[in-house]
Design a protein around this ligand. Sequence first.
Ligand SMILES: Nc1ncnc2c1ncn2[C@@H]1O[C@H](COP(=O)(O)OP(=O)(O)OP(=O)(O)O)[C@@H](O)[C@H]1O
Ligand SMILES: Nc1nc2c(c(=O)[nH]1)N=C(CO)CN2
Ligand SMILES: [Mg+2]
Length: 207
Amino acid sequence: MNFKQWEPIYEEILRDFGWSRTKDEEAARLLSNLLSGKAADPSILKEKLHGKDVLVCGNAPVLSDDLDKIDTNRYVIIAADGATSVLLRRGIIPDVIVTDLDGYIPDEIEANRRGAIMVVHAHGHNMDKLGIVKTLSNVIGTTQSAPLSNVHNFGGFSDGDRCVFLARASGARSIRLAGFYFEDENVGDIKKKKLRWARRLIAMIHQ
Ligand SMILES: Nc1ncnc2c1ncn2[C@@H]1O[C@H](COP(=O)(O)OP(=O)(O)OP(=O)(O)O)[C@@H](O)[C@H]1O
Ligand SMILES: Nc1nc2c(c(=O)[nH]1)N=C(CO)CN2
Ligand SMILES: [Mg+2]
């Protein structure tokens, strides 16, 4: 999905949450500057994912139970933020981590040190965290707003659905989900709303 196709959906998300596009754009510029001279080429994602069976791990409490039923060795694995910690505890290093840096950062740094590609998302509410990219290697920046140098938009909004858009944009052969439970009642109102969007966005591109 290119930005022209994504933009009306993005505008609807901003209206739904009452958030500012200007702040997202400011965050994207900050990330673009922080990654200047150190951003990885996004072609490394295609090299990892093109033609592959991809397992996208969301961080719903069902993730561990889901993983018990899956032969993870068959898949290239993308972790949505906090799912990284669940995978590490099982001895699995995700191939790619998609994060807005509100997961457990020491685990994400450890996974990155052990080879995980980091896809770091800038938005209007995480500008204070973006400096962490300076400590990472193999980092690719993303935004939900207009793309900039070093900062891409593969489509999607929250970490989990951005994983799916990223896998699709990188030419994955198949995409399987684990650890997604959109009807979770044990989360706060904002998270419920994010999960509703995640369900809708994933349904648009994944059957
Ligand atoms: N029941 C669930 N609870 C939490 N995350 C879920 C659930 N079902 C699916 N997910 C997906 O897992 C992703 C990573 O979850 P995590 O708890 O790490 O959230 P997060 O990093 O705070 O999410 P976000 O930053 O997207 O709000 C979410 O972005 C979401 O798409
Ligand atoms: N402005 C803003 N954008 C977001 C936010 C958020 O809290 N604020 N959370 C997200 C979840 O990954 C994705 N995008
Ligand atoms: Mg997050």
